[in-house]
Design a protein around this ligand. Structure first.
Ligand SMILES: [Zn+2]
Ligand SMILES: [Zn+2]
Ligand SMILES: [Zn+2]
Length: 148
């Protein structure tokens, strides 16, 4: 569970103003082992902020995503999903399409560094960043016979 102090410290480090709504969005996303849609976040926020509108929720999610606090999760349904990971190191996520759990991919170093070098070598381009999300069915779901 992310406490308010921790959420505030993260916002401060990113030079974002600490507002009760931003802190609450971070806390509820951090409490989820899965990703949430803007609508899910909205429903959960309503208990603390009765009059909050969906556009405000989208604005907060966009701000936090832009600052790198929140990661966007991509699914075939093309809806927008959000996940908060407290791991600050560069890493990638495995998304289970059955139980919707998001796991950190454990790696000594990013496996795409070689690809970036290859792109530079072949085309002279300079690679600045990449986004990689691995989808599949997690070990637990496979054992339980989940089919996706
Ligand atoms: Zn699963
Ligand atoms: Zn992560
Ligand atoms: Zn990487």
């Amino acid at each position: 569970m992310m406490d308010r102090h921790r959420a505030g410290a993260i916002l401060k480090e990113l030079q974002l103003k600490t507002t009760p709504k931003r802190v609450e969005v971070m806390r509820l996303l951090a409490a989820e082992p899965s990703f949430l849609s803007a609508d899910d976040v909205w429903q959960r926020l309503k208990s603390s902020f009765t009059h909050i509108g969906l556009p405000t929720v989208y604005r907060i999610l966009d701000e936090l995503t832009g600052a790198g606090v929140i990661t966007r999760i991509f699914l075939p349904d093309r809806k927008q999903y959000y996940f908060l990971c407290t791991n600050q190191e560069h890493h990638h996520h495995f998304v289970c399409e059955s139980c919707r759990r998001v796991e950190d991919v454990e790696q000594e170093q990013c496996g795409l560094d070689g690809l970036a070098r290859e792109i530079s070598r072949r085309s002279g381009a300079r690679v600045t960043s990449h986004i990689l999300q691995i989808n599949g069915v997690c070990g637990t779901c496979l054992k339980e016979g989940a089919a996706v």
